[in-house]
Design a protein around this ligand. Structure first.
Ligand code: GLU
Length: 309
C-alpha cells in the first residue's frame, strides 16, 4: 500500500488533473437520446474526493448539479437488497454483460433474467423489487431518503423535467420493461416500473454530494452505517465488473477501481478504505461513459496509486 497523499499533495494533484484534462479538450458528446441532457455544455469537469480523514477536496465544477442517471442504480440496489435481501439474485444475475447499457440481446437468449443490476434491464427489475406493491412515490422516497442519508444532505432532489424528457423518448427502456414482463420478471405494471425508474435516474447531485454518498461503500470512518461490510464489498465488486457496461474492462484497466457511470456524465468511484471519488463531465465516449471524467479518474488513480490491483 502506498502512503496516503498529504492534504496539500491531494489538492495539488486535483488542480493539476483539472488543468490537464481541460487542456486536452477531448470532451465527447452529451447523451443525445434524452433531450434535457443533449443541451448541456460539454466543456465542464468536476472532481470531488472524500478521504479517510473525513475531509473533502474538490476541483473545477465540483459544485455544479448534474443528472446522476445510472449512478442511481447503485443506490437503488442498496435499497432493494435492504428490502428483499439475496432473493433479488433469483431475478437478476451478477455477471458482466459485454453489451451496451440498453441492450436487449442477452435478455432474449437468457429468458428474461438480466445479466446484472447495472444494465438497464437489471435496473428495471431492481426498481420493480423496490416497488413491491407500493406507490412509485414511496419507492422513490426510499431511494432519495437513502441518498440524502448517505450524503448527509437533505437538499438533494429529483429533476422532474429530466424524468419527463426521458419518459417522452425512452422507447428502448419501454421495450425492455415489456420484454421483462413477457418473461414474468416484473411484478408491477411495466409503465409503473418505467415511471419510477426514470425519476430515480433523474436524481440531481453535485460531485461533492456524490463523493459524500460513496463514503459508506468505501468504508470510510464516520460514514453513515447503512450497509454491512460484506454488502459494500459485493456492491464494489459489481461496480468493478459491470459498472461501465461494455466499457467495464477498459475502466478497470485504466483506473483499477470500482466505478459506476451514468449517461449524465457522472462517475462514482470507490477506493476501498481510502476514498470516495466523484467525477463529472457531460460528454460521453462510445460506450456511454464520461470521456473527460474517465481520463480524470485514470490520472487520479495513477497519481495516488489507489488502484485495488
Ligand atoms: N436513464 C438512462 C437510461 O435508462 C440511464 C442510462 C445510463 O445512465 O447509463 O437510458
Amino acid at each position: 500500500m502506498t502512503a496516503a497523499p498529504s492534504r496539500t499533495e491531494l489538492q495539488d494533484m486535483l488542480s493539476r488533473i483539472d488543468c490537464d484534462v481541460r487542456a486536452t479538450a477531448d470532451w465527447g458528446v452529451p447523451a443525445q437520446y434524452i433531450p434535457q441532457l443533449a443541451q448541456i455544455e460539454p466543456a465542464q469537469l468536476g472532481i470531488a474526493i472524500c478521504d479517510a480523514s473525513g475531509e473533502c477536496f474538490t476541483a473545477g465544477d465540483a459544485s455544479v448539479p448534474f443528472s446522476i442517471q445510472s449512478v442511481s442504480k447503485v443506490f437503488a440496489l442498496i435499497a432493494a437488497l435492504g428490502r428483499i435481501g439475496d432473493q433479488l439474485w433469483y431475478r437478476v444475475g451478477r455477471e458482466p454483460s459485454g453489451t451496451s447499457f440498453d441492450s436487449m440481446v442477452l435478455l432474449e437468449s437468457e429468458a428474461g433474467r438480466p445479466r446484472n443490476p447495472f444494465v438497464n434491464a437489471g435496473a428495471l427489475v431492481v426498481t420493480d423489487a423496490l416497488l413491491s406493491g407500493r406507490a412509485p412515490k414511496q419507492a422513490l422516497a426510499e431511494v432519495l431518503g437513502l441518498v440524502r442519508a448517505l450524503s448527509e444532505d437533505d437538499a438533494i432532489h429529483i429533476d422532474a423535467d429530466v424524468a419527463r424528457s426521458e419518459q417522452a423518448t425512452g422507447a428502448r427502456n419501454k421495450a425492455l420493461a415489456h420484454y421483462l414482463d413477457s418473461h414474468k420478471n416484473l411484478r408491477e405494471e411495466p409503465e409503473k416500473v418505467l415511471g419510477t425508474y426514470f425519476h430515480q435516474c433523474a436524481i440531481e447531485m453535485t460531485c461533492v454530494q456524490l463523493a459524500m454518498a460513496g463514503r459508506s461503500l468505501a468504508g470510510l470512518p464516520g460514514a453513515p452505517s447503512v450497509l454491512s461490510e460484506t454488502r459494500a464489498r459485493r456492491i464494489n465488486a459489481l461496480m468493478m465488473t459491470c459498472g461501465h457496461y461494455d466499457g467495464s474492462g477498459e475502466f478497470a484497466f485504466r483506473v483499477g477501481l470500482p466505478g459506476k457511470s451514468g449517461v449524465g456524465g457522472g462517475i462514482l468511484i470507490i477506493a476501498p478504505g481510502r476514498a470516495s471519488i466523484a467525477v463529472w463531465s457531460p460528454g460521453l465516449d462510445e460506450y456511454g461513459n464520461s470521456k473527460a471524467g474517465t481520463r480524470a479518474a485514470a490520472l487520479l488513480s495513477e497519481a495516488t496509486g489507489w488502484s485495488v490491483f
